[in-house]
Design a protein around this ligand. Structure first.
Ligand SMILES: [Zn+2]
Length: 454
């Protein structure tokens, strides 16, 4: 275990300065959805990178919000770590539910309250401050480090995957680390090895050219809502199995390590049901909650719309109806391939129904026995005092495939925020101690990666 006493002592002595820089960052709004303050925040981030001693800190324009990049290449013989984060934040509304203003960071009960503190300014700033501390104490970084900070993560990262593809050489690395989201729900640190992908689509059915009287025309003119209901019933069985031909073909079987990790992640299912207010989980062909959220694709109807939904009754035969759906994808499904299968299914079962593709992201997964997993786990064990949990894949979606598939490097999620960080909600917060510990973990990761022999 490398000795980090000197670096940690330095970090302990700089806490006030680190908080004050975080507060400066947090006071600057950067709401990508409203294009508010994004350019100013990119400049601020560039300043932090320069101040930390990274080279060539730059704001790189894109068709949307700019990217912020910097690097420090110490030696060709050591691995290169790419740190990705995002400097944009969610809109803060509803404002009246905030106990202190969202862009005026405030400490209460050991937590920093501000929009973007955990999602994601505090988390990537921790990596920048870690690099700064290593340079201040030791004069060099233990491994090569590159930073990529984007400004449109909260609106779905439209620029990030094409930017990574176009800057493959500049971003060349041996691994990618992302600190975003929260530690395990138990409060214990975790390493996240993947994310599910997502594909959103809409089904549209049309009947007569106008709404009709159900007494005069019911069961004469086609009913678009029935058409959708019949179509949907061919897409998933009552046992929860998706019936779209070939849907599960590319689902990668779980490895033994993944199975073990999922067993350790299994929560109290009775408590989960109680918390959700449900009697039973949805029918499913697979396993428990952790396994379903990590290792299985999911097909969800997000909304079914058409006809009359107001008070009382209205004997109407509606002229159109639509349904919105999303499919969560797991390794090695791809959005393009699943889209082709859905299209073919609709053509076969309901040729008059229109299917429209919406946004998508491919899934991403790094093997649990990737060579860089052990050094990252050691870094977390050092600063947390216990082994981290291993999460094979998160249920939600992020464009990590840009790193694992486009750059071809393993990608590790190392979240620093508390489970109740309330990201995207009023009173977003991060425990002060977790921010400071995140800086130490980030430093330990660089040291462990530097000591790693390929
Ligand atoms: Zn977010």
């Amino acid at each position: 275990m490398p000795d980090l006493t000197d670096v940690f002592a330095y970090l302990d002595s700089r806490q006030e300065d680190h908080l004050s820089r975080l507060f400066t960052y947090l006071r600057q709004p950067s709401i990508s959805a409203h294009k508010n303050g994004v350019t100013e925040t990119a400049e601020l981030a560039r300043g932090f990178l320069t101040e930390a001693g990274l080279n060539n800190a730059r704001v790189v324009p894109t068709d949307g919000a700019p990217m912020v990049m910097a690097e420090r290449l110490e030696s060709p013989g050591t691995p290169t770590l790419l740190v990705y984060g995002h400097y944009d934040v969610q809109p803060p509304d509803p404002l009246d539910l905030w106990e202190s203003p969202p862009f005026e960071p405030t400490i209460r009960d050991g937590r920093i309250y501000a929009r973007g503190v955990g999602d994601n300014k505090g988390q990537h700033l921790a990596h920048i401050l870690a690099a700064e501390a290593l340079l201040a104490v030791r004069g060099e970084l233990p491994c090569n480090v590159k930073f990529l900070l984007e400004g449109e993560e909260e609106i779905g990262s439209p620029q990030m995957p094409p930017f990574v593809a176009a800057h493959r050489d500049e971003l060349k690395a041996d691994l990618c680390v992302i600190s975003d989201g929260t530690v395990d729900e138990s409060g214990r640190a975790c390493v996240r090895f993947g994310v599910r992908g997502v594909l959103s689509f809409e089904l549209r059915a049309k009947g007569a050219k106008r709404d009709l009287h159900s007494g005069h025309w019911g069961d004469v003119a086609p009913n678009p809502i029935w058409q959708l209901v019949w179509l949907l019933s061919t897409m998933k069985g009552a046992d929860g199995r998706v019936l779209v031909e070939g849907f599960y073909d590319d689902v990668e079987p779980q490895t033994d390590l993944e199975k073990q990790a999922l067993v350790l992640m299994a929560g109290d299912e009775a408590a989960i049901k109680h918390e959700l207010g449900i009697e039973a989980f949805a029918p499913h062909p697979g396993g428990g909650v952790a396994e379903r959220r990590s290792a299985w694709p999911a097909f969800t109807i997000n909304g079914l719309h058409g006809g009359y939904g107001g008070a009382g009754s209205k004997t109407v035969l509606p002229s159109e109806a639509f349904v919105k759906c999303d499919v969560r994808l797991v390794e090695r499904q791809t959005a393009d391939d699943v889209w082709r299968k859905l299209e073919a299914h609709v053509r076969k079962h309901a040729p008059t129904v229109e299917i429209r593709r919406q946004g998508s992201m491919d899934p991403s997964k790094t093997p649990l026995d990737s060579p860089f997993a052990a050094p990252i786990q050691r870094a977390l064990a050092l600063t947390e005092g216990e082994e981290p949990m291993l999460h094979p894949a998160m249920g939600g979606s992020l464009p990590e495939y840009a790193f694992t598939k486009t750059l071809g490097v393993p990608c590790f999620g190392v979240p620093f925020a508390n489970p109740d960080e309330a990201n995207h909600a009023p009173n977003e917060n991060m425990e002060v101690e977790r921010f400071f510990r995140g800086i130490k973990t980030a430093a330990a990761i660089m040291v462990e990666i530097g000591a790693h022999k390929a």
